[in-house]
Design a protein around this ligand. Structure first.
Ligand code: SAM
Length: 269
């Protein structure tokens, strides 16, 4: 990791895990299962695995022996990820290994033997070159989930919502990262290689039952917006206080829109 690489706190990844699980587009599982070779042990790569949240959800939804390769550039997250004990849909313990590395240096040879490439909450923090590298290296189905698409809706609305949202999206696109353009870029990258791609919405819908996640999301959302546009600072402080008060009082709902993408080689999606 270099100094400009954002790090992702395990506490944040834990806080979002249940909302992620609820949001995932389960309807992509049937075409995924159909595309996986029957009767062969699965080798699943989870790129940008964090602490392994996606495997905790997906391993139990796929049948048969599974070997998971949990890949991340953050060694502290990998230390947590290797403690996972995934169990398959038919009750078998999956085996796990971890690989440290930056996707910048991902090569097709790294993914030889993979049955499935997965990722969650990753594409939007990558550059176009990194997404191209994944599409070029994955000669197997790819399930790339929970990419933000630059659409959030807070209720009740506030006149300052749009300013924060625009600054946040600009922050996501900093230094060549794809941010809200990630799904379009990945769709094009896999499509150019003959894969057929389908996408489905996977929004977070956060209400009073998810107040801790909503509050933490709000803090991060506004902080990123202000980092991008420091001129928002004083107004943003007041906005954040208002929104946190509404959240604590059970009077705020937030939709954060994401998209899940399934790419199948050979046009079979
Ligand atoms: C938002 S977190 C998601 C973690 C996990 N997939 C989850 O859903 O909980 C993004 C993860 O991608 C990793 N990551 C980001 N850019 C990366 C890169 N270029 N190479 C390898 N890992 C990367 C981060 O270290 C982090 O663990």
């Amino acid at each position: 990791m270099n100094a400009d690489s954002p790090s992702f706190e395990p506490s944040w990844l834990a806080l979002r895990e249940s909302a992620d699980a609820t949001a995932r587009a389960s309807e992509l599982l049937a075409p995924l299962r159909d595309a996986l070779a029957p009767d062969e042990p699965l080798v699943v790569w989870d790129l940008g695995c964090g602490t392994g949240s996606l495997g905790r959800w997906l391993s139990g939804r796929l049948r048969g022996p599974q070997h998971w390769i949990l890949h991340d550039r953050d060694p502290e997250l990998l230390d947590l990820a290797r403690k996972n004990a995934y169990v398959t849909a038919d009750g078998l313990p999956a085996t796990i290994e971890t690989r440290a590395g930056d996707l910048e240096s991902l090569r097709a040879s790294d993914l030889v033997g993979a049955s499935l490439v997965t990722a969650s909450a990753l594409l939007d923090v990558l550059t176009a070159a990194e997404v191209e590298a994944i599409a070029a290296a994955a000669g197997c189905p790819a399930l790339l989930t929970l990419s933000v698409v630059g659409r959030v809706r807070l209720s009740p609305p506030d006149p300052f919502d749009a300013d924060v949202a625009a600054a946040f999206d600009a922050h996501q696109r900093r230094d060549g990262r794809l941010g809200p353009d990630a799904v379009a870029a990945a769709t094009a990258a896999f499509g150019r290689r003959g894969a057929s791609v389908r996408t489905r919405p996977s929004p977070w819908r956060l209400g009073p039952g998810q107040a801790a996640l909503t509050a933490e999301w709000l803090r991060g959302w506004v902080a990123a917006a202000v980092e991008q546009r420091p001129g928002l600072g004083p107004a943003a402080d007041g906005y954040l206080r208002r929104r946190l008060d509404e959240c604590a009082a059970g009077g705020l709902t937030v939709e954060v829109h994401h998209v899940d993408l399934l790419a199948l080689p050979g046009g079979s999606a």
